[in-house]
Design a protein around this ligand. Structure first.
Ligand SMILES: [Zn+2]
Length: 120
């Protein structure tokens, strides 16, 4: 999270900013970063900076996998845990042939966009 904040601030240095309205992040499901924890950390870390008062929006990125054996490419399937949808566990093997796969999306966390108000 601290790395992300640094990245956001660095990006903001390029502009003549009046205020920051919104920072949008894409967070892969495999990063295990909880949205609530991140929002809290953001609030704490944005204090007394240009980011103070801005809103953090977190978009969850689904996991995508690629199978080298059969060529399957697409979202990873979730293990069936019944009603408990808050704890979806992705299956990191090919849904078609069961081979191990390469994870192509869902394990990174990055800044997607920053909504700012620039000075005239
Ligand atoms: Zn496969």
């Amino acid at each position: 999270m601290a790395d992300l904040m640094a990245a956001v601030k660095k990006e903001l240095e390029k502009y003549d900013i009046v205020s920051v309205k919104e920072v949008r992040l894409t967070v892969g499901r495999l990063t295990n970063l909880g949205a609530e924890q991140m929002e809290f950390a953001y609030e704490v870390m944005s204090k007394d900076s240009i980011l103070e008062g801005s809103k953090l929006v977190i978009e969850e990125e689904e996991i995508e996998i690629k199978c080298e054996r059969c060529g399957y490419q697409g979202p990873a399937e979730d293990m069936d845990l019944g009603e408990d949808m808050h704890h979806r566990i992705p299956v990191l093997s090919c849904p078609k042939c069961g081979s191990s796969v390469i994870i192509t999306a869902g394990k990174t966390c990055c800044v997607k966009s920053i909504d700012i108000e620039e000075a005239d």
